[in-house]
Design a binder for this molecule. Sequence first.
Ligand SMILES: [Zn+2]
Length: 246
Amino acid sequence: MPEGPSILIIKEILAPQITGKKILNASGNAKIDMTQLLNKKIIELRSWGKHLLIILPDCTIRIHFLLFGTYSIDEQTKPDRSLRLKLEFEKKQIYFYTCSVKLLTEDIDLLYDWDADVLSESWSSVNARKKLKQMPGALVCDALLDQQVFSGVGNIIKNEVLYRIKLHPETRIGKIPPRKLTSLIKEARNYSFDFLKWKKEFTLKKHWLAHTKKICTRCQLPLTKKYCGNTKRRSFFCSNCQVKYQ
Ligand SMILES: [Zn+2]
């Protein structure tokens, strides 16, 4: 699943190409009213966690890339059955595949909690801490994937952050010592920026220390792979150096 930094990269690529441009045609198999998009000018592109938001004067197109969503510019690279939305401009076409497309008519500033986005300038670690305090029984592996707390964090970021701060994925939030909780919140944002930088350099995988890895580089011991928590996503961790506070 594309994580927050990947969506930010897509936004940075698309924004200069379509901002201010008028939609001349909209098609695809997304269940939205395509006529609502016709002749509308793109005001702005924004991202919130894993959502790409294309803002028009009276509505917003919300694209969620789900597990296998992709896009292409000027050339259709996937079959029609995967094509959810095609936006045509005077000299440009943008294609979105296997993603969820919705039209939002509400004010997005009311709809979205911008300070929950780990990559946003409005990110608030204080608010993240408050939200965590309200879920003492949650496992940290689930809390990190909670988009209301850490919008943009996906499974790779989860595994790498927990490895970095030496915290076991099955630790309950309420059992994490205050200083460790501070590191958790700080690194969720820090690692997301590292992810962004490495992804742009095409060196992301090379920097993985835990995700899909077999050996702990600190202990030289095998890493455990387990589908932890309610989210049942793959966790890779070292049961020797990643502490499970009880
Ligand atoms: Zn270790």
